[in-house]
Design a protein around this ligand. Sequence first.
Ligand SMILES: *[C@@H]1O[C@H](CO)[C@@H](O)[C@H](O)[C@H]1NC(C)=O
Ligand SMILES: *[C@@H]1O[C@H](CO)[C@@H](O)[C@H](O)[C@H]1NC(C)=O
Ligand SMILES: *[C@@H]1O[C@H](CO)[C@@H](O)[C@H](O)[C@H]1NC(C)=O
Ligand SMILES: *[C@@H]1O[C@H](CO)[C@@H](O)[C@H](O)[C@H]1NC(C)=O
Ligand SMILES: *[C@@H]1O[C@H](CO)[C@@H](O)[C@H](O)[C@H]1NC(C)=O
Ligand SMILES: *[C@@H]1O[C@H](CO)[C@@H](O)[C@H](O)[C@H]1NC(C)=O
Ligand SMILES: *[C@@H]1O[C@H](CO)[C@@H](O)[C@H](O)[C@H]1NC(C)=O
Ligand SMILES: *[C@@H]1O[C@H](CO)[C@@H](O)[C@H](O)[C@H]1NC(C)=O
Ligand SMILES: *[C@@H]1O[C@H](CO)[C@@H](O)[C@H](O)[C@H]1NC(C)=O
Length: 827
Amino acid sequence: MMGIGKLGLGFCILATITLQCVCGSFTPADNYLIDCGSSNSTTIDNRTFVADASASSTLTAPNSILASTSSSSVSALYRTARIFTQPSSYSFSIQKHGWHFIRLHFFPFVYKSYNLVTSKFTVSTQDVVLLQNFQPQGNSSPELKEYLVNMNEDTLYLSFIPVGNLSFAFINAIEVVSAPADLLNGSASTINPSGEYQGLLGQALETVYRINMGGPRVTPDGDTLWRTWVNDSSFIVNKSVAESVSFSGSLNYQPGLATQETAPNIVYSTATRLVASNTSTALVNVTWQFNVDADSSYFIRLHFCDIVSKALVDLYFNVYIGNWLVLGNFDLTSKTTSLAAPYYVDFVLAASDASSKLHVSIGPSTLSDAVADGILNGLEIMKMRNSNGSAIVVAPPGSKKNFGVILGSVVGAIAVVIVACVFFMVCRRRKIARKHHSKTWMPFSVNGLTSQSTGSRTSNGTAATSGQNVSLGYRFSFIVLQEATNNFDENWVIGVGGFGKVYKGVLKDETKVAVKRGNPKSQQGLNEFRTEIELLSRLRHRHLVSLIGYCDERNEMILVYEYMEKGTLKSHLYGSDLPSLSWKQRLEICIGSARGLHYLHTAFAKAIIHRDVKSANILLDENLMAKVADFGLSKTGPDLDQTHVSTAVKGSFGYLDPEYFRRQQLTEKSDVYSFGVVLLEVLCARPVIDPTLPREMVNLAEWAMKWQMGGELEQIVDPRIAATIRPDSLRKFGETVEKCLADYGVERPTMGDVLWNLEYVLQLQEAESGTSEVNSINRIAGLSSQVQNIRNLESATVGGVGTSSSNDLSEVSGSKVFSQLIHAEGR
Ligand SMILES: *[C@@H]1O[C@H](CO)[C@@H](O)[C@H](O)[C@H]1NC(C)=O
Ligand SMILES: *[C@@H]1O[C@H](CO)[C@@H](O)[C@H](O)[C@H]1NC(C)=O
Ligand SMILES: *[C@@H]1O[C@H](CO)[C@@H](O)[C@H](O)[C@H]1NC(C)=O
Ligand SMILES: *[C@@H]1O[C@H](CO)[C@@H](O)[C@H](O)[C@H]1NC(C)=O
Ligand SMILES: *[C@@H]1O[C@H](CO)[C@@H](O)[C@H](O)[C@H]1NC(C)=O
Ligand SMILES: *[C@@H]1O[C@H](CO)[C@@H](O)[C@H](O)[C@H]1NC(C)=O
Ligand SMILES: *[C@@H]1O[C@H](CO)[C@@H](O)[C@H](O)[C@H]1NC(C)=O
Ligand SMILES: *[C@@H]1O[C@H](CO)[C@@H](O)[C@H](O)[C@H]1NC(C)=O
Ligand SMILES: *[C@@H]1O[C@H](CO)[C@@H](O)[C@H](O)[C@H]1NC(C)=O
């Protein structure tokens, strides 16, 4: 009964793995290996990852960005990434239906102003959401997500959808590889109550743990299916009762049982064994503990191979999953009729039975004649992700043949369309699988408005790259917006501007939006309105409130924006009981808004002047990230509040460039002036004009500049934060404000310089005490190159690199933007 391998104790395990022949008996029908964001292919372990620009998959990624890092600590595969600022997709033509591995490789790095670790996004196939609101761990090693999906369609769409906040997604590499048909045959045993589960083929399985018990880590090149198996030692709860065993003979694969592809030989040739046979306290379990998500169901595969017995029917033991006995008095050889024969058993643990810790145990048999013993060779735990209708499709243009009619709503908002969609599909494409019906279709065509027949056909809200085919934002029907805003309920008004009222709106799928309804009395004509939407939908920046769509039905002029959870910057500074913001938070908000304004000023050949920069036009999202709102609309001048015409000072006047009175003209430098006033508001937390105060204090800019000139700005700092501001930081901040408020535009800095200065203010605030002058200088030097990077980046993102079908680099290689990126990458 003493095992052969028990003596070997895994000495030669490392040697064994290198000897394992990867015989490659399985050749995948589909084998897409993509090196994203790269212009060159990368070969790793004899597998060539093709640059996504030249791969045979189709990339639909408006405004995607090719990012790279010079870090040499990681494989070349991870040194490039593609960043998506908008919903984007790869589509793969599937040669052979059935199980496919999808592997997503993430290695976040910092590229220009994109710190990939701050990304947040959803990844979805057309059937199932693979990653919901994913945020990379960024623990300096690549993160791999693996899924097993059963493809019954001819095309796999893999969509990347940025979520909220920083709003971008990224990917370093993708694998879409066929798996052997018999890897999973569609059935497994249920655990509680025990029975048969037949629905596996309709599930996507996400690999959570794949473990080689008692053996070494197996890297993809040691597995015919390129899987990774990790060592179990860190999962064993009570190590004192477990030991590693290994076997150097050859395995006896039995027909109908596990195959060479089920798991590599090294998995079956090593095991963790219960050491109960030689203890007085014989009745113990070896238990492995895993962190799982209690709300999900799991597919669990146990791998066994009796490499310890000397004779058949020697080994009996119990196997538990959770507290359930799943294999009682389990005699391996009764299943395999041979020693050293690989065998596996599949289970499904229902969500209702899962807890956040999953235990798998082997323990001694309770049969009286049995010797206390037990082994486990391998374990796979996969989370079941069913297609529950929340999948998102970003389908490339021209993919209609696969999907009938691509209809849509922004996020499933338009019930009419969904009905029409279902109707269409039922009528026209009876063959399409039932699960498509409940999907939220996210249309993604850069060909503009193509299918007028549905009346509410929407198109994407992408920044167009050329003037030719400028696509507008999503076109909402009036009814939808009426419903979303409770028929433009006055109680739902969240703001009033020159253009009209702003209502809070809730779309059918509960997405919150801000709906800005043009005042019918506004001087603006419908044509002008359309021109402006065109402009607005080309303005895309993290620090600008995004336009989601518009409505021009019934002569209405309505703009639909993303909803900003935390409201205006102003409301966080004074006049409300919101908690006070720290100096650092305030600076970050200023930096964010400066970025947004800088983008407006520099993104296009002709600068876009905001004309109404004020703290009420700086909005904050749920994470207090600043976004500039209300840009691009009022062409005629600042949004002067006409309702309180009493004195010479009112409304936005407190922000108004004094040059405006002389020249009756606003420039970028007018925005800089107004921004300077916002900076003071942030510092002092008081209104820019407060008629209730003594005369010399009424106008914030005038009053504060007196203190600044006297070198005593600290006297008027918001008392809630005064004690926390470092003097250096305040001094630099004061100087910056002073420059912004210069009387003449030419004397004021550009928004880029302001941004630069504010970054420095933040650095000074965060600096270690006792920072030497040299350090500060270095920091400045570093900053200035950062600012330069930001400039490059921002000018680059405007034009957008990819157009819908730019899966071919040659299409864009001539573009200025692209050469700029290549140039930047080369550094
Ligand atoms: C791609 O390959 C070309 C030629 O081999 C080389 O000059 C270039 O530097 C490579 N680019 C990258 C990003 O590795
Ligand atoms: C790559 O393939 C070559 C030839 O087929 C082989 O000699 C080599 O060992 C392989 N390398 C790896 C890492 O698999
Ligand atoms: C699937 O495989 C298991 C284990 O090999 C087997 O018991 C079961 O009968 C198979 N089911 C089908 C439908 O082939
Ligand atoms: C498993 O990993 C642990 C720690 O990383 C190591 O000590 C042990 O030797 C490994 N076991 C085998 C069989 O490789
Ligand atoms: C581990 O097993 C040993 C031997 O059976 C026992 O004495 C000890 O209490 C166990 N420890 C834990 C944490 O279960
Ligand atoms: C039990 O282990 C001890 C050492 O820990 C050893 O001396 C003894 O021979 C073992 N007994 C059996 C039955 O294997
Ligand atoms: C082993 O674990 C199972 C499940 O947790 C438990 O029911 C059983 O009593 C344990 N056996 C021993 C000997 O600890
Ligand atoms: C659908 O599944 C995803 C992931 O499995 C989950 O996050 C989401 O809440 C589910 N949606 C519904 C409507 O059940
Ligand atoms: C949002 O952005 C802020 C800073 O801009 C960051 O601290 C925070 O972690 C982000 N949150 C998410 C969910 O990405």
